[in-house]
Design a protein around this ligand. Structure first.
Ligand code: ZN
Length: 189
């Protein structure tokens, strides 16, 4: 159902100057958390977001070629860099984001889960990076499985630049969003 159906994509133009991005144009993506979930805003390199709301993090990327529906981009390096940016942050929303990013990177095989252990009233998950032997300790935030699943699904869509995530999450009226794409990363694994 509706696999070819597409909404206008919010991230096809700079949030600041509203100029449309050209394919391959470098841009900076900023990630925010609102009550409805994660939201992404893309800016051209000449524009900067305002100081408020404060972004959770940002990464550099390029405007991808129009989606073929088979190759949704997942920029491992940029997403891993975003994960690293949050390393020493103690704000709850950043701890939340970092954990959800870790799950995503784990699914994409950038991170490898090693073990979880209790630490000071919470749980810390240990991950390694197979390519470099780096390790990361990631505190598990106080969220239940459903919340984590929901954030994780939504974050993946936001990172891939899917259309209008925030509005859909807010109105809760878009079954296509969960039903359309399958994850291409799993196919070639
Ligand atoms: Zn701009």
């Amino acid at each position: 159902m509706g696999a070819d159906w597409q909404m206008p994509r919010r991230n096809e133009a700079c949030t600041g100057c509203r100029r449309a991005f050209e394919v391959g144009q470098p841009l900076q993506a900023f990630l925010y958390e609102s009550r409805a979930g994660y939201e992404r805003r893309d800016y051209c390199l000449d524009c900067r977001p305002g100081a408020q709301p404060e972004p959770l993090g940002f990464w550099k990327t390029r405007r991808p070629a129009p989606p073929t529906r088979k190759t949704q981009p997942f920029d491992r390096e940029a997403i891993y860099a975003l994960f690293q940016q949050l390393e020493d942050d103690e704000e709850p929303e950043k701890i939340r984001l970092r954990f959800v990013l870790a799950l995503l990177l784990w699914r994409k095989k950038v991170l490898k889960f090693e073990r979880s252990e209790p630490a000071g009233g919470q749980e810390v998950w240990h991950f390694s990076v197979p390519r470099t032997d780096e390790t990361h300790c990631v505190p598990r935030p106080a969220l239940d499985e459903d919340q984590i699943e929901r954030l994780s699904t939504q974050l993946e869509q936001v990172l891939a630049g899917r259309p209008d995530e925030l509005d859909l999450a807010a109105t809760d009226a878009e079954p296509n969003l969960v039903a359309t794409d399958t994850d291409p990363e799993n196919a070639d694994a």
